[in-house]
Each structure stands twice: as structure tokens, then as C-alpha cells.
Design a protein. Sequence first.
Lengths: 419, 492
Amino acid sequence: MSTTAPSDIGLEEALRSVIGDGLTSGGDEHAVDGVVPSLAASPASVDALSAILRASSERNAAVIPWGAGFHMSLGNVPTRYDVALKTTKLNRLVEYEPADLTVTVEAGMTLGRLSQHLLEHRQFLPIDGPDEATIGGLLAVGLGGPSQQAYGFPRDWLLGCKIALVDGTVVRAGGRVVKNVAGYDMTRMAVGSLGTLGVIVEATLKVAPVPAAQETHLAAYAEASDALEAARTATRAGLALRAVAVLEKQGAFWLAGSSTAVERSREELRDLTGDTEARRLDGQAADRWWASLDRLDATSDVTVRVSVPPSEVAAMLLALAASTESAGTSVKRVAVPAVGVIIGRLTGGAADSYADVIEWVRRDAVSRGGSLIVTKASQDVKDRVDVWGDSPALPLMRSLKQEFDPNATLNPGRFVGGI
Amino acid sequence: MNANASPAKALEKSVVRQLERAVGKDSVLWRPEEVLAFEYDGTIERAMPQAVAFPNTAHQVAEVVRIALDAGLPVVPRGAGTGLSGGAVAALGGVVVALTRMKRILEIDAENQLAVVEPGVVNLELSKAAEPHGLYYAPDPSSQRVCTLGGNVAENAGGPHCLAYGVTTNHVLGLEVVTPTGDIVELGGRTGQTPGYDLRGLFVGSEGTLGIATKIVLRLLPRSEATRTLLAIFDTVDEASEAVSAIIGHGIVPSALEMIDHHVIKAVVQAMDVGYPDDAGAVLLIEVDGLREAVIEEAIEIKEVCAAEGAREVRVAEEAAERERLWAGRKGSISALGRLAPNYYVLDGVVPRTKLPDVLREVYKLGEQYGFPIANVFHAGDGNLHPNVLFDERIPGETARVLEVGAKIMRLCVDAGGTITGEHGVGLEKRSFMEWIFSEADFAAMANVKAAFGGNDLYNPCKIFPTGKGCGEVTQTKIEHVMKQAGPDAYI
């Protein structure tokens, strides 16, 4: 099969000439915010993926890259959408050198499968996400989970990647070694760009040794503020913590480290949880509990993610509660106070009231040196508010988009400022 | 974008006046004898700037940038001038923007564990200022007593403790930047995660080609409860480098894992009393920190791994004074090298950790072939090599041969799956090696990034990229010529 399409034929014919059976009609299962593409392409090689990008771009068609589709609710409503470009067939483990703590995978590899490979050597990738999410998707979204408290941002784990651009070229960013300052660090450009500059097709990641001991303690408090205070004290005490999450009045303490360090931390934690009813989870039960946080979106109409300096978390938790109450909606809040992230899941309101809450809480977050993004909302809500909010660097971001994707082939309209 | 501007354009008196109006009369140097001190940085290349301006504010920086570009003169940002790849050298002349007067620590926010600083703040000064809050700034390049944080951002500087805590980019939350077109923009913020592209991450390590940072928001870390430093002594470099892989392979990521080879040990032992045995083939300096319990366990485990890999002796230091003594040998090693040869040329390459034994063997072999001792003192845990080629510039033709062996060592790193720089940057020095690791398409993408920021041929010209307008003459022959004139200090 040819990997370049003749220029005088239509989109469908062109894509078929590249991948044949890998092309199907789009259908509702590939809808994004209610917009349905006419085609879905599942290339089985990087060459084919890049030929599809180029053929689409040349024909002014709009492409939305898909991993597992787990995060498709993130983003503004697409202004155009012709082709769902699926990376799921690009799922090889390219290279794994346990003694180097590095692994190279194709973008469609799922986190679950990668974790299985890594676990054979007692290693793991400290980027939280559901097992079925693809590595490419997790990186393109770039938002960390609770483990960020101990392990840093997802971007800090990406050493290098290959990015397919709309002109049909595939560029390399970074490298395969843990330290590298040769040239611009284009890995940073890829992480969190929601596939608006190019499609990540391969990634080299740093991995970490699995801590010798891990356990999770759940404690119920009388008030959310008590849970928050316990979380802050535990963090300040320098315990062997991977993460502390506060879910309304519940505190979840994830201990990780050497067995003696975890043992001591457990003792000190006992003082913090006081006479509250604490429950301990180990092994798979603990894993399942933390993984369940990723699935809470199934129960919400709208999900917002607030990011503020840690000192502002208490105020933002109150702001979320107050604004939802006055708008006549309800909210369930999950915070990881140490990293200043609060997820708010809203239910029971109309589009207008959700939009009010978003605008109100966003203003508050911005005034505290932070930001708010909407990670899930219906098209109705997205029609009323911007998903991302403003950025002072928007002109620079627009020119970056212009340089890499002048025809707005990739994810048109979905990113910051309608990029 | 002044694409037609001639790099050799003369400095008009009127431009000097404009610069003086922008930053103050006493903040502009232009007489040749005044700007002479700004013709070099920490490496071998030299070139005379036409003027040096010392702005005090972001607006002044922006003004200087606009004046220079309007006059068709190159702009070259500069911190302390300790860079090791020629990033602050005014390759085509022009106006050096010296940021050393912007040295205020604007804020230490202990609760949120961050600091806001101006670019001229010296690296170590930030850790000192954070100390009363129990915090510190993690990246610790060897030049941390003098190098500036703005320079660290430009080069994405590293250091021994970057193994566990990451290099500069992992610690920069936000930036205020003057772009190459003289606009002031904010990138990132105070949370490390802001909506939109991670322009902050693109800017860090851009070697002064995408703009000048005028304000930097940095993450601070809490001091660990306990720290232990180990000195593992090996008879051979081979055993020591196998031990590096073995430690990492055991699931231990120390905060630092440094190797010092026999050449360096010999120099260090002559220079100071740090207790290194002078007949060792190599020593590993290993540090672990964290909770007391974890540190004790890890130290024991590392000791066992080193013994299994053939360590002759492993010393463990717990007290601060004891630990500092072990570190003194590492920290003083570069200056001690002067005892072994009149000159030395430090290289910076990275290989996968598992390739260390093979690559080091090849490095020594190259040294033997060329007749140069090559002394290695480096961040072994990261696979970040720093071979120092020892030579005597007074011997005709030696400098050319040093550059040749340097290029071959870089090639070894690339062939082993590594890269040509781990923390010093590409600068002027390694532009020609970039083609070994990047394709035309990769360069085109980087050119897109540069264009998006408004980067142009006059903005820190001749850095990073193998080609550049008017940069043809900044070639190996010029470097050789310069090396013949330079004193020993110019090689580190």
C-alpha cells in the first residue's frame, strides 16, 4: 500500500489508498461534543499515520487524534471534524531497559499493558490514569493525578518522543537518555497540547522502582476542613507519602516507601487521624480505590479542575461549595492539597447555572494565582463558557499553532483561545 | 526581522546614546578596553561584543533589545559568564545584555514552597535565602557559587543532585520573558500547570535564543530529615561503572551518584586532604536522603551492592562535617586538574547508564591513541559523562588534536544511544554535532518554535543550530586560533 496519496482524489479515496481496510465510516462512537466525523482511520504504522495527516491537511479536512477515547470530553466544541485518527494499532513496546529505568513505547500502548511489562521488573510509570488510557493520550492531555504529589508532573517523565506533523514529517523531540539539553525541548510542547500541534506516535519515558511498601489509610472527619488540616499536617511532617487526597470529609493517605519508613509513617499518621474511624487498604484493594477516582466523572454532568497554589486550597474548596449552592446545583469535591489541585464534580443544574459556577470559581482561582479548566461538560455548557479560560501568553500560543498547523487540521477550535 | 542586516555593522554613536537613555549612562560599556572582559564565557570561544548594557528592569531589557535590533546589531544575553558551551559569547559582535544587576530575590513563599527571583540571582544565594524556612533550591551546578539562575534557565543546568530531583526545567514553574521582538510575556505561573501550551518548558534550555527571562518562579524543596554520603572505593573504573548500573537496577535512586576516576583522584589527593586512597581505580560518591529509616536501609543496601561489584571499601558518613569532607574532593576536582597538565578541556555527553562501562573503556582508549590522559569526574547515575582531556597548549598542533578527540568522544556517546550534551548546552561549541542526532525535519520543527517566539538571525546568533546567517566564519579554525591565545582558565 502506498503511503502517499495522489493529490487529485477526494479525502475518503485518498485515505483508503493509504490504509485500505483501516478506514471505516466515522459514526457516533467517534463523536466529540456531538460532532460526528465522516471517517475513522486506524493506521498500523507511523508512516501510514503521517500520510493520513498529510492527506487530510492538504484537503483542509479536520482530524481529531484518538487514543482510548477516555479524555475526549476535554476541550471546546470542535469547529470542524472529518477524521477520527486512532492510534490504538500503534501499540508496540519498542525498547525496555530496566537497568536504565527507561522504556520506549508506541503511543497507542495502554497504561495497563505498559504497567504489566514494567511490573515484571518491579517498576512503574508514575503517571496516574485508567488502565485503558493510551500513553499518547495521557501525554497529550498532560494532567497529573494524586501521585503528582510525590512524583511530579507527567511532563517530567517524558524523555523523548516522536511527533507526526501535518506536513507528513515525523520529528524527534528529546532523546532516550535521562539527561539531555541538545536543542529545544519539544517534548514540553507535546505534553498537554491536546494533539493540536502534532500527534505523539512514540514516547520514551523514565520509569520508577515500585516502592517496597505501600498502603492506603482512609479516615472520616467531622468536617471537610478537618480532613484538609490533617492532609496538610501529614504532608508537612514529611511522612513517606505518595499522595494525600481529601474527598469532602474523608482523608485518603497513600503511604509509600521502604517498609520501615512506611511503618513509622503509619504510627505518626495514627495521631493525625485521631479517634476517627480509619480504614486500611492494601495491595489491589488500594489500587482499586485510587483508580476509582478516575471513574467518578461517570456520575457528574460537569467536571472542573482547579489548580491553585496549595495555600489557596481551603478557600477554593469553600468557593466551590458556596457558588454551587447559590446556583442551586450540588458538587462533590476531591482535592490533592499538596499540589493545589481540586476536582469539582457538579450535578443537578441547568447549563446556565453550571456556566455561572464555572465563571465565578474561575475568577476566584485566577485572582489567587491559579486557573480552572472544564474537563467534562455537555455541549450546552461549552457553548456558554470557554473550557480553558484565558492565558496571558495566548498570542505566542497562536503563533506556535500557526507555525505547526497553519490549516488548523488538528483538533480545530478545541484548545485554548479557540486554537 | 532585519534579515539583511550585516553582522559586522558598526556601532553608531547614536545607538550608544539610545542605550544610555534606556538604562543610564553608567550602565553601558562600549569602549574596547571596557567590553574586553565580556568577550568570553567559561569555554574556549571568544568574540568581542560592541557594547554591553546592564538593565535593571524588564522594561529596560525590552528597550535594549529593541534598540539593538533596530540598529541591526546582534543581541546576546549574559548571566555570570560561567557557561560551558559559548552561549554568552557575542559570536557576531553586537550588544551584550548583562543581567547581573537584576539580582533581587523578590519573594520566598514558604507555604507554597516557591521563590520568585530576578535572573541575576546567584544559584547558591537562593538556597541560602530559603534555608531559614527549611527549604532549598535543588539544581546545583558546580559553578553554583557564581552562576546565575537566569543562566541556569537558559542552559537548563544540572548538577550532582539532579539524579533524584531533576534538572532546572523540573523546578521552573513560571517565567516573565522579554521576547526577541521586545515584548514582555508571562509563561507558566505559580502552579506549574497553566492552560495552554507549555511555553515555559520550551523556553527553559533554549540557550538565550527565544528571549530573556526577567523573572523566574522556582520550586523549592524541603530539606530532608536525614542524609548519608557513601564513598565506595574500587580498584578499576570497570567495577565502579558496573556498580552504578547495579545500584539503579536494585531499585535505588540515590540523590547523587558521582564517579571520580584515578586521574582525578591523583590530582585531588595532591591538592587536598579528603581521605581518598591514591591507588584507587575509581571511587563512587553516593548520597541518599529522605526519612531516617529509609536512609539507613538504602545505605546498607548500596554498601552491599558495591561490595558485590568488587568494592574494596565503602565508607559511610552521617555527620555533616564528615559528609562535606567526602564532597570536597568532588567539588574541588576540576580545579585540582590543573596539577596534572597545563590545560584541560571538559566535555559533556550522556549515555544510557548501562552503556557506561563500554563507553568509558572506549574513552580511555581514545586518550591512549591520541596520547592525552583523559580524567573523568561525572554524574554517573545519570550517565552524564564529563571527560577532561589533559594537554599542553604550548605543543604545536595539540589544540586541534584535542578538539578532534573531543568530537570522537561525542560520537561515541551518540553511537551508544546517548546525546551530545546533558547540561552544558550546545552553544557555539557543539553546533556541528547536532546533525548526528537530529534530522532536517527536526531542525525545521525547532525553526518553527524559534519563529513562533519571534527569534531571528540577530538574536543570540550562531547558537544551537548548525547553520546560521553569517556564522560560517565561527568555525573550527577560528576556535583553534582562539585556543592558541587563551589561557588555561578559558578551557574549563
